[in-house]
Design a protein. Structure first.
Length: 181
């Protein structure tokens, strides 16, 4: 799995390929927000512009491409900044949280973080544990069972005696919903 090396915190965190950077950081108890974001943030909708991270030196494919929100909101920010809530992690990378607050010896911190090899990690979701794999036959069976018009599906919809929508005399179902009162 990709490894996110959080430079400020000195912490390596594994995540699944495609996971949202903000969600991984929050899950790991990493402080993503400065004061403004702590007082109020949008919860990951790309509206508050407080979840900045600096991904200096990251490979182009390490994160998903800039979203339209980032294109607009990061115009006046350094090119290596991203909004954590908009970025999906695909490969291992270094991440500096709260770059707007500064970091003493920033260059030294990045150099230290780069000094240890960053495991690339597999870039695919791990296989499910043995016994939890769903076969094609299982999926096909499930689809047929639930298919409209199938016996099981029709069984669920079979009219019940006295049910609304049934004519007491004809026994016909299918009256419009508005008439089923
Ligand atoms: S959490 Fe609000 S923009 Fe990312």
């Amino acid at each position: 799995m990709p490894v996110i090396r959080f430079v400020r915190e000195g912490l390596d965190v594994e995540c699944y390929p495609g996971e949202n950077l903000r969600e991984v950081a929050l899950r790991e108890g990493i402080e993503l927000y400065g004061l403004k974001g702590k007082l109020g943030n949008c919860g990951g909708c790309g509206q508050c512009i407080t979840c900045f991270v600096d991904v200096e030196g990251a490979a182009p494919a390490a994160l998903s491409p800039l979203t339209a929100v980032e294109e607009q909101k990061l115009r006046r920010r350094p090119q290596t900044w991203r909004l954590a809530c908009q970025a999906l992690v695909e490969q291992s990378l270094l991440v500096l949280t709260r770059p707007q607050t500064g970091l003493a010896d920033r260059e030294a911190a990045f150099a230290e973080a780069r000094g240890h090899e960053l495991p690339a990690g597999p870039t695919a979701w791990p296989a499910p544990p043995p016994g939890e794999e769903e076969s094609d036959d299982d999926r096909a069976d499930g689809q047929l069972d639930d298919a409209p018009g199938s016996e099981s599906a029709m069984g669920d919809l079979a009219p019940q005696p006295g049910a609304p929508g049934l004519s007491a005399t004809s026994g016909e179902a299918g009256a419009p919903a508005a008439d089923r009162r």
